[in-house]
Write a protein that binds this ligand. Structure first.
Ligand code: SAH
Length: 290
């Protein structure tokens, strides 16, 4: 084969590639143009353009006509338009311009508000490609509610921290989630599946609330213990607790007594299972609450 032939084949392939990938982007871009919206970084606006992924997200949620589904940040309705055909959908979208567009979707109940500032309606399932800058507060708000299943898209690294139970990604977030829900990564999603392309890859996560897998004496002390031991990841538990005694008690001496009673006091947070952190918090609770 001559050099020129190779070049023309490559050129053709390139063209092919453009022709294939352009329509997804192109449709979305002209839609954005027509509603006069320039995707905003401040609102984490990255729209899903891969139809196959949006179909799989909806399959994971196993929607039925009895389900009330909450969607946070429906955007241009990639997921919404499919979901209204299967279930009752309530969307909470902060962006006014997007709401103008979304309100034309038949069967959708729409709330134009900040999802952090508005009360959630009752829901059985939550399916959303979340605004990533609010992943943490939104997830904790979601988990305050009683629901059956969440299928949620997050930044991949965040999803890894949510689901880790050991190692580098094991964190305050992991323990907080583990205590409240069963959480799994269902699939990772390349950044090229969005427009505009974000700087990071994403992951779809399933979140199933459940009863705590272990019992603690006092939940508020447990969560405070989790925060404290992970606030200084490289320090031994005993030192983190001693440095932060004021969070728990009025007397430093009391915390000194407490740490002596903790069998895992010399371990670092990565070496402690959620249950073991629970045991530590029980010792604190027993000494503090008389
Ligand atoms: N679900 C869409 C859009 C995801 S982008 C899709 O998959 O294509 C994130 C969406 O969350 C955007 O529509 C953005 O406007 C919205 N959003 C950002 N902050 C919000 C907030 N505080 N409350 C509700 N929606 C918010």
């Amino acid at each position: 084969m001559k050099k020129n032939d190779v070049a023309s084949i490559l050129k053709l392939r390139n063209m092919d590639f453009n022709v294939k990938s352009q329509p997804k982007n192109f449709r979305l871009r002209s839609l954005l143009n027509s509603i006069g919206l320039k995707p905003s970084k401040r609102f984490s606006q990255h729209f899903l353009i891969d139809e196959k992924i949006s179909e799989r997200i909806i399959d994971y949620a196993k929607l039925s006509s009895h389900d009330a589904v909450l969607e946070i940040g429906p955007g241009l309705g990639v997921l919404t338009k499919k979901m209204v055909k299967k279930a009752n959908v309530i969307g909470i979208e902060k962006d006014k311009k997007l709401c103008e567009y979304l309100k034309k979707i038949p069967g959708l109940t729409l709330i134009n508000n900040d999802a952090l500032k508005t009360d959630f309606p009752k829901f059985d399932k939550i399916v959303s490609n979340l605004p990533y800058h609010l992943s943490s507060p939104l997830t904790f708000k979601i988990l305050e509610h009683d629901f059956k299943l969440g299928v949620l898209m997050y930044q991949k690294e965040f999803a890894e921290r949510m689901t880790a139970l050991s190692g580098r990604d094991y964190s305050r977030l992991s323990v907080n989630i583990y205590y409240r829900a069963e959480c799994k990564i269902l699939e990772t999603v390349p950044r090229t599946s969005f427009y505009p392309v974000p700087k990071v890859d994403s992951a779809v996560v399933s979140l199933k609330p459940r009863k705590p897998p272990f019992i603690v004496e006092n939940e508020s002390i447990f969560f405070k213990t989790v925060d404290t031991v992970f606030s200084q990841r490289r320090k031994k538990t005993k030192n983190s607790l001693l440095n932060n005694w004021k969070k728990f008690t009025h007397e430093k001496g009391k915390m000194e007594n407490i740490v002596e009673n903790i069998k895992n006091k010399n371990k670092r947070p990565e070496e402690l299972s959620p249950e073991e952190i629970g045991e530590i918090s029980d010792i604190i609770a027993k000494h503090i609450i008389r």
